[in-house]
Design a protein around this ligand. Sequence first.
Ligand code: MN
Length: 491
Amino acid sequence: MTIDTIINLIKSRHPDTDVTMLKLAYDYALEAHRGQKRASGDDYIQHPLETAHKLVEYNLDMPTIIAGVLHDVPEDTERTIKDIEKNFGPEVAELINGITKLGKIKYRGLERYAENLRKMFVAMAEDVRVIFIKFADRINNLKTLSALPPVKQKRIAMETLEIYAPIANRLGMGELKGELEDLSFPYVYPEEYKWIRQISQKKYEERKKYTEQIIKKVTKELAANSSVKIVRIEGRAKHYFSLYQKLLKHDRDIEKIYDLVAVRLIVERIDDCYNALGHIHGLWAPVPNRIKDYIARPKPNGYQSLHTSVYADDGRIVEFQIRTLKMHEEAEFGIAAHWTYKEYSGKKSSVPLPPEKLKWIKELLAEQEKTTSPENYLTTIKLDFFTSRIFVLTPHGDVIDLPENATPIDFAYHIHTDLGHHCAGARVNDKIAALDTPLKNGDMVEIISDKNRKGPSEDWLEIAQTHMAKHKIQEFFKKERKLSIFKLFGR
Ligand code: MN
């Protein structure tokens, strides 16, 4: 990797960009890291260059790219953050400061782990671009992982699967999540990885060929009989790690995976999406219950697309994903799409957070203030924030974002503590449902409340899946016990 490769990529997208500062940053980093080598034997400068290149691929702004070039300078060389601020201004300095403060997040006892995680979320809450640099840094570290001793390999890869990939997912960065997972997969589950490669390789090729014919047919149909403007149509192979996870849910039977190679259709406008869907259903019958309108009802992380599966030629099932270019960029780059190209100004320009997209980071930080032990904090994070999310609807059509397997009890407490305490029953999709019913994506949930109800029952602690609901139920009983002690002593 050279600085020219990076500059050329920037210029190919934004020809008028002034890259003077970037070149200066490169010279500065080159000088600072002179003589240093990576474990792989490469010159150290290769690592910051690869990091910056990834940030350019994600179309991030110039301050972030410059910070990528300089990100290891304060930690690994004589030069300090102060030097960087003097040379490159406060905005770049603060981004690098965010990275440096994080230090190296390692499993060294739960306490340290939890503390480092907290630091990461604080840094993200201040400026979320810090995590993009951390992601880019991590991708290059994973690519050069083979040079490290096995114990380190496993720790870094595991940490990526447990922390970085879920954060990327919550930020809607689907492509990056897939890349992080696939790079870590062979180090964490070597046997499983071998198995996946072995069963999928032939299948992938066969499906790819088959998909080519499907793509030809769709292209012809849309050109002849519709006004739909196709930006791009392609077969997309599923990432290895997500294929692995899906196989675990489907008896390890690859024949049951319909989206091994999905057809991705990118069109110009929203009405093109629906129009194309109609034409595809005209060519082949849709599989019942597989049509998903994530355009009208986006996923909790913001993902938008139309999905459908059809019985294509010879009755084989093919999945289609149809979306506009804008939706596609959001799906690939997620929240990073909000930082697209910005000229380097040298002045500090704090970037406003898209508030609703980052609300969960604030909730996470608030959660940490409440929980006492690092064990609890980690459990909360894993259960409430990083499991797969579903959205369910209130009777008014408001969307509530909950972890997978949440129950009506979780729903009730999520809306309001009092609604939880007075919950007497639930209707899911207009039918009476038990309080321990696992909710599914898109369910409409209504809580039947009873004002005379004294409070939750003890067994709700088993039913509730979210830490938040459990906590509220426990709090209620704590208060109860205090009151009954007062009563006992005739207060
Ligand atoms: Mn680094």
